[in-house]
Design a protein around this ligand. Structure first.
Ligand code: GLN
Ligand code: ZN
Length: 755
């Protein structure tokens, strides 16, 4: 008999009750006691649900008040020095201070968890004094047992992954830190064993990255130590997000369970498994249901996959589970009432995925007839055959992609034409696109959505906002203006709503960081657009001023990376469908007289694969799609792009290859390093390195801005330099925005007069 297991469950709840509970506590509406009580109810309800769905091995400890990496760090006393106080246990408020900052103390850095859109809190290990502050897992294990009779599977971030995701130490220190962490993990495990736990899941996703010899050594050392000192409880090393590069080492380790991802591995884990003698004493935890995407699984395919696995392991040594924690998908499709039925029928969020696992297990264990699978798979086949996935003109366009130009004349030649066309001053000033989305704007949008005001009334309202801000920008004497994006809730959702083949859910939220959740659009069919999407607002803005107004679009790569994407087509095909849709809009803008068009690729780097060997393919497709979207314009039209903060070192070639005339980049959080990457690369095209941080309401001083410009110009040619803030201003207040832009323009003017 094979069994079912889960790796992790979403925290946020069906109606984001987790988020609301957190925010009620942060704003002081409930006290700590009430908060803990409310959270416990949420946590237990999630465990209960998994039990009812028939999952046999249910994770505990995956739940968090903020982030599971922070939980692990705090459990081991790995907190940033600035938050340390003598002899203090780490209180709940301290926990949140580390995550969110507090008076005068900057929050810990947050960064993306592998290649997901989930952000974790980066442990800072300068002056780390590892010790066990409390056995969090023991508390949660006991809670599940006492309240629900669940013998849960405690889940913990493994020591190697924990260190690899931390910062603030040298290689020599790494060894010491690891040494001091091992006994702490052992203590946690032994206490769990004494309490009756049978399994522990140790997450080591670091093992899917490119292989490193020191990790091999660590792996062997750590897990032999665990084996030596922890008896009577089964350890599982859990990997996910890709195939493991350490397969041969893994199967020789003295652990009971090996967890592998059979969905995002490009077939490599399966090959490794089939080519090896999987040890008879080990249990395979097979991730067979996609934990990253939201489509119903074709169970017949998984049935066949399991048959292959069974040629290597007996069914009594096999657990079926999702490919990774379900943290990365929404909770349930049940509450979606506005979705097209055909789309809804094809979806599986966390609960539905767990149902797939138990259903498949029952069929494989012959507790249910095989026909259950056939019945289940009808929905998947129905959407595959449906007209939404078979739009002829879209598919023809993809087959005939080479009929679309993807290159422009030399950038240097374009630059001359652009200089002649606009005669912009040196160090031209601009912004990234959005202006403050005030309460009033949100209120009017809501009224319009509810039908309380007419389309016409809403449009007039938006026009008035545009008018107000064109005037503000002219008064500020900015050189290149924007319309302000008042009509957009979100840069991806806005386009998702306009595209054919894309659905927006009501409750399809996933945690991005802390209490912040995002609701990715769902690309379910062939993508195209029947009408213009941005022309009206842009043209209106341009009609109010003689200065150029930049058209503002979201790029194909960003749309894809921030959406759930259909999985029946190659990634590049969906990407190019979106690119062609944006291309059409670029053309429409240009034909309406808009001559600077910004195509934001905020999330270009986010989709970068974990393994080196896959990176080029991704970057090539990304660059191609961007060029497909932007290359049809006249030589004297200027294409801009914008990217949010990320590490640009390994993608600078790709950024250059986008061939955008001007790029604006968020830099204030890592000025020096970023400038260096562009300098080393001899970047020649127009570039605006954000000169002030938009994440805080603080108005920068003139000196700071001059300094930032000066530093950038030491490395970059002043004739290519643009002056702009770091990112869009939609989250800022109006008065601080105007004040900051005023200083920015002043700084540019001052600097100009010096050159
Ligand atoms: N144009 C968008 C804005 O200004 C860009 C946002 C982003 O980069 N995240 O809001
Ligand atoms: Zn940005």
């Amino acid at each position: 008999m094979l069994k079912s297991s889960n790796i992790g469950y979403p925290r946020i709840g069906e109606n984001r009750e987790w988020k609301r509970t957190l925010e009620r506590y942060w704003t002081g509406q409930v006290n700590e006691e009430q908060f803990l009580q409310d959270m416990k109810q949420i946590r237990l309800s999630h465990l209960r649900k998994q039990k009812e769905l028939g999952i046999e091995l249910i994770p505990v400890g995956d739940f968090s008040y903020y982030d599971h990496v922070l939980d692990t760090a705090v459990m081991f006393n790995l907190i940033p020095s600035r938050f340390k106080q003598e002899d203090e246990t780490i209180s709940l408020s301290k926990y949140f201070e580390i995550a969110r900052g507090s008076d005068g103390k900057v929050a810990a850095e947050m960064t993306k968890w592998f290649n997901t859109n989930y952000h974790y809190i980066v442990p800072e290990l300068q002056n780390a004094e590892p010790k066990l502050t409390h056995n969090r897992l023991l508390e949660l294990y006991n809670e599940a047992k006492v309240n629900l009779g669940i013998n849960g599977k405690p889940v913990i971030v493994g020591p190697i992954t924990l260190l690899s995701c931390s910062k603030g130490f040298t290689e020599t220190n790494r060894e010491k830190l690891l040494q001091s962490l091992i006994p702490l993990y052992i203590e946690v495990f032994n206490e769990l064993k004494d309490a009756g736990a049978e399994w522990i899941q140790i997450d080591e996703p670091i093992l899917v990255r490119d292989k490193e010899t020191n990790i091999v050594a660590e792996l062997q050392h750590v897990y032999h130590e665990f084996h030596k000192h922890v008896k009577g409880i089964n350890l599982i090393i859990q990997t996910y997000f890709d195939s493991t590069e350490y397969y041969n080492e893994l199967i020789q380790l003295p652990v009971k369970g090996i967890g592998l991802d059979f969905v995002h591995d490009d077939g490599e884990n399966l090959q490794q498994l089939l080519n090896s003698d999987f040890p008879q004493d080990k249990i395979l935890f097979a991730g067979i249901i996609d934990g990253r995407n939201i489509w119903k699984t074709k169970l017949l395919n998984k049935y066949q996959l399991v048959q292959e696995l069974l040629t290597v392991v007996d069914s009594c040594r096999l657990f079926l589970q999702p490919s990774c924690s379900l943290l990365h998908v929404p909770v349930t499709v049940n509450n979606e009432e506005k979705l097209d039925l055909q789309v809804k029928e094809a979806l599986a969020f966390a609960d539905e995925k767990l149902n797939e696992i138990t259903l498949l297990s029952r069929v494989l264990n012959e507790e249910e007839p095989f026909s259950t699978i056939e019945t289940y798979d009808v929905a998947v086949d129905t959407i595959a055959k449906s007209s939404v996935r078979n739009v002829e003109h879209v598919q023809n366009a993809i087959i005939n992609l080479n009929q679309y130009s993807t290159s422009r004349i030399e950038a240097a030649e374009r630059k001359k034409l652009h200089a002649k066309r606009w005669k912009l001053p040196i160090l031209p000033t601009t912004t990234i696109g959005s202006f403050p989305q005030t309460k009033e704007i949100r209120k009017q949008r809501l009224r319009w959505r509810k039908g309380e005001i007419t389309n016409h009334q809403y449009e007039t309202f938006i026009q008035n906002e545009i008018k107000k801000w064109i005037k503000i920008q002219e008064d500020l004497n900015l050189d290149v203006l924007v319309h302000g994006e008042f009509e957009r809730t979100d840069m991806v959702e806005f386009f998702g709503e306009k595209f054919e083949g894309v659905a927006i859910t009501e409750f399809g939220w996933v945690q991005s960081y802390g209490s912040r959740c995002v609701k990715p659009p769902i690309i379910f069919g062939d993508v195209y657009c029947k009408e213009n999407m941005t022309v009206k607002e842009t043209v209106y803005a341009q009609s109010l001023t003689k200065k150029p107004v930049k058209g503002m679009l979201t790029g194909p790569v960003t749309i894809i990376n921030w959406s759930f994407v259909r999985d029946d087509l190659p990634f590049a095909d969906v990407l190019n469908q979106v690119a062609l849709t944006i291309r059409k809009e670029v053309e429409a803008l240009e034909q309406s007289g808009i001559s600077m068009i910004q195509v934001d690729e905020a999330a270009l780097r986010e989709g970068l694969p974990l393994k080196q060997k896959k990176k080029d393919l991704y970057l090539n497709s990304a660059v191609y799609a961007f060029k497909l979207a932007t290359s049809s314009v006249q030589d004297n039209t200027q294409i801009h792009t914008h990217m949010c903060y990320s590490n640009f070192d390994d993608i600078i070639h790709a950024i250059d290859a986008l061939d955008a005339d001007v790029i604006s980049i968020e830099t204030s959080r890592s000025h020096g390093e970023l400038i260096a990457s562009f300098e080393e690369h001899h970047y020649q095209k127009g570039i605006g390195l954000g000169v002030y941080d938009i994440h805080s309401p603080r108005v920068p001083t003139l000196e700071e801005l001059i300094q930032n410009i000066e530093r950038a110009l030491e490395a970059l040619d002043y004739r290519a330099f643009w002056v702009n803030p770091d990112c869009g201003l939609k989250t800022r207040g109006e008065s601080e925005t105007i004040a900051a832009l005023k200083v920015m323009v002043e700084a540019a003017h001052l600097y100009r007069s010096k050159l």
